[in-house]
Design a protein around this ligand. Structure first.
Ligand SMILES: C[S@@+](CC[C@H](N)C(=O)[O-])C[C@H]1O[C@@H](n2cnc3c(N)ncnc32)[C@H](O)[C@@H]1O
Length: 187
């Protein structure tokens, strides 16, 4: 895998923290590629809850899960991710945010917004189990994505290093390329 494939690289962090029987959340379901990835990692004894505000995302993800013969360990919720605590009981070992809009035929106006992304990420940090990991991928190539990224970077800079380790992975010579942040909750 080339180092520049940052979005594939992020999956390695999930694999290092998530295993059979664990609980995980896909905070931005989209077409379900991340939901499939999480479902296969946690296996039949695990649990994956995925959120999106667009019914089209739920349809597309259900098809993707079936096509990939995923175990019966997932729930698809049509609600904003800032409400995740209403639907997920107990701590999670991993969470993924792939911010932005639904790729393909989706409505590009239905992108993630700072007003809900920030509370959703704050809640996700609280939901994280000791030794758990959160991945947040940002697409700064569109205006809301750029602002969302700036606010998240600022917010993560305020979090206690004694409770969480937080790193950013970004192409320095391609500032509009997607980048991601890894948040690990210390044991
Ligand atoms: C870049 S896509 C996610 C890609 C996806 N993880 C995949 O594997 O295909 C971002 C998704 O976030 C969704 N979204 C936007 N606002 C949201 C919100 N407040 N809560 C949950 N999902 C939201 C969009 O509808 C879109 O489907």
């Amino acid at each position: 895998m080339p180092m520049t494939d940052l979005l594939s690289l992020q999956k390695n962090f999930i694999k290092a923290h998530l295993g059979p029987g664990d609980r995980a959340v896909d905070f931005t379901m989209g077409n379900g590629y991340d939901t499939v990835f999480l479902s296969q990692l946690v296996g039949p004894a695990g649990e994956v809850t995925a959120f999106d505000i667009q019914p089209a995302a739920l349809r597309s993800t259900a098809e993707n899960l079936a096509k990939n013969n995923c175990p019966d360990n997932w729930r698809l919720i049509c609600a904003s991710h800032h409400r995740a605590k209403e639907f997920v009981t107990g701590k999670i070992k991993a969470g993924m945010f792939n911010l932005g809009y639904l790729p393909g035929a989706g409505n590009k106006k239905l992108t993630t917004m700072r007003t809900t992304t920030l509370p959703a990420v704050q809640n996700a940090l609280e939901m994280l189990d000791d030794g758990g990991v959160l991945l947040v991928a940002v697409y700064p190539g569109h205006p809301e994505g750029a602002l969302e990224g700036e606010e998240l970077v600022k917010y993560f800079g305020t979090i206690s290093r004694f409770q969480y380790s937080i790193a950013q992975f970004r192409m320095l010579n391609s500032p509009e390329s997607p980048f991601f942040m890894v948040i690990e909750k210390k044991e």
